[in-house]
Design a protein. Structure first.
Length: 407
C-alpha cells in the first residue's frame, strides 16, 4: 500500500445538494485526515451548482480532497442518465490520465457503479459498491417507475444490482436488514458487506438550546406550551404525506393545541391541498425551509419528530438520516415498525422514540401516547446519537474497509 492511498469517489448526487454535503463531503474531509487522498466526481444540478459551488470549495480548503463536477441532466428520462454516464466515463478517463492511478473507486448508489466496474476492468482499481438502499425498488414503489415504459428499466437495474454486488471487491449497506437480504438473495456473503448507517456531523447539529427553541417558535408564531409534531425532509413519493397528516390528525385529538411544523421545500399550496383532504385547519400547520447548516434550529422547536416512509419492500434498506439529527438536537421520534433497523434502534435506545405498530389510527395513538407521557431528555438523546450515528465512527469504518482492500 502506498504512503497515501488515492480514492476516486463517484456520486450521482451533487455536492451542492444537502445530501452531498452531509453524507459525502463530511466523510471525505475526515478520511483525508486519516491519510487518504480523495477525488470526488459528482453530478450537480446546474442551479444548485451556481449557488453553492463556492461554499463547497471553501469547505474543502485545507483537506486533501479535490472536487470535480459535471452537470446533472434530468430530461428526457433514461436518455439523460445515459448521457450523464457517457460524460462521466469521459471525465474519469481524463482524471486517470491527469492524476494517475486510483487505488479505490468508491461508488455511491446505482448509477456510478456502472462506471466503477469499468474502472476495475480497465485500470485494476478496487471497486466498492455503496448501495445506499434498494434504489430500483424505491423508484418502483414511489410510482415514478409505474409506467410500462419503465418495466425494462427496472429489470435492467435489478440485474445490475446482482452484478454490482458480485463484481465489487466490497459492498456497503446502510442497514443490517439490507445486509441480511443481500445474502438471502445470493448476492454476496454477509462478511463481504459492511454496514454503515447514515451519520451525523455534530458540529452542524449542536446540543439542544432552550433559547433557540423559543426564538424559532416566536418566528413561526407557535405558543411556548404547544406540542409540536415536526417533519424534516422531502414529501411525496416514498415519503408518505398521508401518513404524516394521519399522525397529526390523531395528535390533535390528544393535544388540541398541537402544531405541525414541516421543514421542507414543498410548495405551500401543495401542502394546503393535502391538509384540506384530511380536514386539518391551515392555521395548525407551519411550513419552513432552511439550508443544511440551519436545520438544527427548527428541530429544537419540536417535541416529537416523525419518520414517514411508506411500508414497502425497499424500506429494509432505509437508514433515516433525520433520526440521528433529531436525537442530536434532543428530539424523540415516531416511526412505522419495519423500516430498516429502526425496530432494533428503538428497542436498544428506548427513550429515543416509539414505534407505530400498524399504520392506522389505533397504531398512531399508541405511539403518540407513549411519547407524550414522557419527559424528553435532550442530553440522553444526544448520547444516543453519538453512540450510533457518530460521523467519527462511520469514518473509522470506511477507513478499515479501505485498508482491508489495499493490503
Amino acid at each position: 500500500m502506498s504512503a497515501k492511498p488515492r480514492v476516486l469517489y463517484l456520486s450521482y448526487d451533487g455536492m451542492t445538494d444537502p445530501l452531498g454535503q452531509s453524507q459525502v463531503l463530511s466523510y471525505q474531509r475526515k478520511l483525508s485526515q486519516q491519510g487518504f487522498s480523495s477525488h470526488i466526481l459528482s453530478f450537480d444540478k446546474p442551479d444548485l451548482y451556481a449557488k453553492g459551488k463556492d461554499a463547497v470549495l471553501k469547505s474543502l480548503e485545507g483537506y486533501d480532497v479535490t472536487w470535480h463536477s459535471l452537470p446533472y441532466t434530468k430530461s428526457p428520462p433514461v436518455l439523460s442518465t445515459l448521457k450523464d454516464i457517457s460524460a462521466g466515463w469521459s471525465k474519469i478517463q481524463a482524471l486517470y490520465k491527469q492524476y494517475g492511478h486510483f487505488d479505490i473507486v468508491h461508488c455511491r448508489g446505482y448509477i456510478t457503479p456502472i462506471l466503477g466496474r469499468r474502472c476495475k476492468k480497465k485500470y485494476g482499481s478496487k471497486f466498492i459498491f455503496d448501495m445506499r438502499g434498494w434504489w430500483p425498488d424505491e423508484k418502483l414503489e414511489s410510482g415514478l417507475w409505474n409506467s410500462p415504459v419503465y418495466k425494462p428499466v427496472y429489470k435492467y437495474y435489478k440485474h445490475l444490482e446482482r452484478q454490482f454486488f458480485q463484481d465489487s471487491d466490497y459492498s456497503i449497506s446502510l442497514t443490517v436488514a439490507g445486509q441480511v437480504e443481500a445474502e438471502r438473495l445470493g448476492y454476496k456473503k454477509k462478511e463481504q458487506i459492511g454496514v454503515i448507517p447514515t451519520c451525523v456531523d455534530f458540529s452542524v447539529f449542536p446540543p439542544f438550546s432552550e433559547t433557540t427553541r423559543n426564538e424559532v417558535r416566536n418566528e413561526l408564531n407557535i405558543q411556548s406550551d404547544a406540542k409540536v409534531l415536526l417533519y424534516s425532509g422531502s414529501l411525496g413519493g416514498n415519503y408518505g404525506t398521508d401518513i404524516l397528516l394521519e399522525i397529526f390528525r390523531e395528535m390533535l385529538l390528544l393535544e388540541p393545541n398541537a402544531i405541525l411544523l414541516v421543514l421542507s421545500r414543498t410548495d405551500r399550496s401543495v401542502l394546503d391541498a393535502e391538509l384540506a383532504l384530511f380536514n386539518i385547519p391551515l392555521d395548525k400547520v407551519r411550513l419552513a425551509s432552511a439550508n443544511y447548516n440551519g436545520v438544527y434550529r427548527y428541530l429544537m422547536a419540536g417535541d416529537i419528530g416523525t419518520i414517514v416512509y411508506k411500508p414497502t419492500y425497499s424500506v429494509i434498506g432505509r437508514s433515516p438520516t433525520k433520526l440521528g439529527e433529531y436525537w442530536a438536537c434532543g428530539l424523540p421520534a415516531v416511526a412505522l415498525s419495519g423500516v430498516g433497523d429502526l425496530d432494533y434502534l428503538i428497542e436498544t435506545y428506548p427513550e429515543g422514540g416509539a414505534l407505530i405498530p400498524q399504520a392506522d389510527a389505533a397504531g398512531y395513538q399508541v405511539a403518540l401516547k407513549a411519547l407524550l407521557a414522557k419527559t424528553s431528555n435532550p442530553d440522553l438523546l444526544r448520547k444516543y446519537a453519538y453512540d450510533y450515528y457518530d460521523l467519527e465512527q462511520g469514518v473509522l469504518r470506511y477507513k478499515s474497509f479501505y485498508q482491508a482492500l489495499l493490503k
